[in-house]
Design a protein around this ligand. Structure first.
Ligand SMILES: Nc1nc2c(ncn2[C@@H]2O[C@H](COP(=O)(O)OP(=O)(O)O)[C@@H](O)[C@H]2O)c(=O)[nH]1
Ligand SMILES: [Mg+2]
Length: 201
């Protein structure tokens, strides 16, 4: 009794923790996604979009948005008792690119969020992960009022490699986000297995 779980013969589980990046253009839903699933109050560093910032922060096509994340979003989700994900939202604006190398250190994989109204906003993130061989999937954040396109059209517009998964997601919805994150973990594991095979054969 005093040994808790081990009374059933199982030692207490020390969870595996994995680091997942959440990337994509400005206003695509990164902060929303981390907030939708995080068990800890998401750590955010937001800065009011000021008049002075307007020429830099292009808000055309972005939902009413008065704050912008300047540092990063950080959250945690327990997928299973032995598997915990730490989520790091990358800063969307180009002037914060310098932070990405540090953030991506030790990352298992990434979600690149895309908005079909501004697909070009995620090209930079896709290029970044491709160049560094960081496994990623593309999550199309389905905004109300945005046209739905067939998966094939989105893949072609993004010039995605066949092996990169593309999923529809809703950054506001916990279950939808959870599924997307599981997709990243599975994809990263599959990629790792693939690479091991390539090395040993
Ligand atoms: N309708 C809709 N709005 C969303 C969705 N995801 C985010 N938003 C809104 O879009 C705006 C930008 O989202 P935010 O998470 O701040 O974007 P970030 O710049 O990528 O962190 C916010 O006002 C959100 O409430 C979505 O899936 N559907
Ligand atoms: Mg944000």
């Amino acid at each position: 009794m005093i040994f808790g779980r081990s009374e059933r013969g199982k030692p207490p589980v020390e969870p595996v923790t994995l680091k997942i990046l959440v990337a994509g253009g400005f206003g695509v839903g990164k902060t929303t996604l981390v907030g939708a699933v995080s068990e800890i109050r998401p750590l955010r560093t937001e800065e009011l979009l000021t008049e002075a910032g307007r020429p830099v922060d292009d808000t055309s096509g972005v939902e009413a948005k008065s704050t912008t994340t300047v540092a990063m979003d950080f959250g945690r989700i327990t997928l299973r008792e032995d598997l915990v994900l730490y989520l790091f939202g990358t800063p969307g604006q180009e002037r914060f690119w310098f932070m990405w190398d540090e953030l991506s250190e030790g990352a298992l994989g990434a979600v690149v969020l895309a908005d079909t109204r501004r697909l070009e906003d995620c090209f930079a993130a896709i290029d970044y992960f491709e160049r560094r061989s960081i496994p990623f999937l593309v999550g199309v954040n389905c905004f109300d009022g945005a046209a739905r396109y067939p998966e094939e059209d989105v893949r072609r517009a993004l010039d995605l490699d066949d092996h990169v998964p593309l999923v529809m997601t809703d950054a506001r919805d916990r279950e939808s986000v959870k599924e997307t994150l599981i997709g990243v973990v599975q994809h990263a594991m599959a990629q790792a297995a693939e690479r091991r095979r390539a090395v040993t054969t």
